[in-house]
Design a protein around this ligand. Sequence first.
Ligand code: TRP
Length: 331
Amino acid sequence: MSKKRVLSGIQPSGNLHIGNLAGALQNWVSLQDDYECYYFIADWHALTSQYADTSLLKENVKDVLINCLAAGLDPEKATIFTQSRVLEHAELHVLLSMITPLGWLERVPSYKEKQFEVKDKDLNTYGFLGYPLLQTADILLYRANYVPVGVDQMPHLEITREIGRRFNTFYGEVFPEPEGLLTKFPKVPGTDGRKMSKTYGNCIYLSDTPEEVEKKVKTMTTDTQRVKRTDPGDPELSPVFQLHKIFSSQEEQNEVAEGCRTAGIGCIDCKMVLIKNLHAHLEPIWEKRNELLDKSDLLEDIIESGSKKAAKAAEETMLLARKAIGLDGLV
Ligand code: TRP
């Protein structure tokens, strides 16, 4: 029996953090043994907002690739590639654009939200409006069954299903309906308690040194109601405890939670346990990162052969899609 297909993408916005690691990459890694996995770096998606200055694009793509490999993605198991090297993404995008009502794109929540949030860029562009449609093409191009993503991406998956259905209704059954695979840790808190995000400057990066990780954890906010060491605290109100839930054993979680509630331990004690576990968790990733940092030729080979493999799968779908529409030659 052939394996079900998984597809997911990540934007090359530079420097990945432990939120990306727990929220996405670890999920990707865990799927690569049991599914036919396609994972790609969405460099065209990066251009939908970062079109005016592309000076860091190449470096960012390389950095994301290094981090993916360091986190455990294995090019022998999963097909790892860049979107811009598989031109069929663009072909399917243009075909789908013909059947996509503008209103469907305008009502995707991220469209207005990001336009409102991002003030330093003009996002009043055709490409930005088409962001979810490009993502639709990414997913349908591989006739993916599952798409591991965070909750924030669910509206994009919904429009993917709608557009796939519309295509199938017009031209005949080509695309299966993809399902989202929600990550266990969709909201990893940053050092200030808000969602970990580059824009907030509250990230612990995979490229941070052990000393930087320690320093950042030590400055983290905890239960802000717990003012004195002798005050009992509520671990559920502390972003430090949220990180324990990801990176510490159940036993350690019970211990620090109990210590917090009874004022048996102080916040620094709790943080030291987290620092130890973060170090242990990141150690193999740091090692692999260092190994890969100056191996540009190897990275190029990995991405080139992954892109060729992806293009083969993409071409198979395009043959079906072109034929369904009537674009498959004159005889
Ligand atoms: N929009 C996704 C994000 O920002 C990245 C992405 C692009 C993606 N294409 C995709 C994710 C296809 C899943 C499937 O996280």
